[in-house]
Each structure stands twice: as structure tokens, then as C-alpha cells.
Design a protein. Sequence first.
Length: 94
Amino acid sequence: MTTPVEQEQTQVDPIGAEVGSASSDPVGFPEIRVESVTWHPDRSRRRTTLSIDGVRSQDLREGDLMDGLFIDRIEPGSVDVRIGTDLKRVSLGS
């Protein structure tokens, strides 16, 4: 008799990218805090300021890479960051 394999719960954002569940914290991510978000319908005009391990960054845009941390997507209330294949959503103010 076989037993079902447990799968980690994921959310799928509107463009289809998988985002880890809220309780997951992929290993290897630094401490990240979203200080500010400037959102615009034009992706090239979206910006964010992050605090990474307590050090405040300059303005970052979607597609920027900083110390191995890729800014995948900027939303009005959160930023999706990626290290390699691991994706993490960080809410504004957290």
C-alpha cells in the first residue's frame, strides 16, 4: 500500500510564479526588511528600498541584483526576492 507524498504548500501569484508559504523561510536568506515601495503599472518605474542584515540599500528596481539577492517583483505591499531558485515574499514593513 502506498501513502500519499506530502507537498509543501505554495501560493501562485497572478503571473504564475510560485511563492513559498508564509511560514516558510528558505535557508540562506539574509534578514530583509522592506523600507519603502514605489509602485507603478510600468514595471521599469517600480522601486524599493530594503534593509538587508540591518544595512539600508539604495533604490532597487525589478531585475536588480545586490549581493546575490535578485529583486524579482515589486508589488504595492511586498517585494519578491530570489537567491538562486529560492523565492521569498517580504511584506512592506516586515
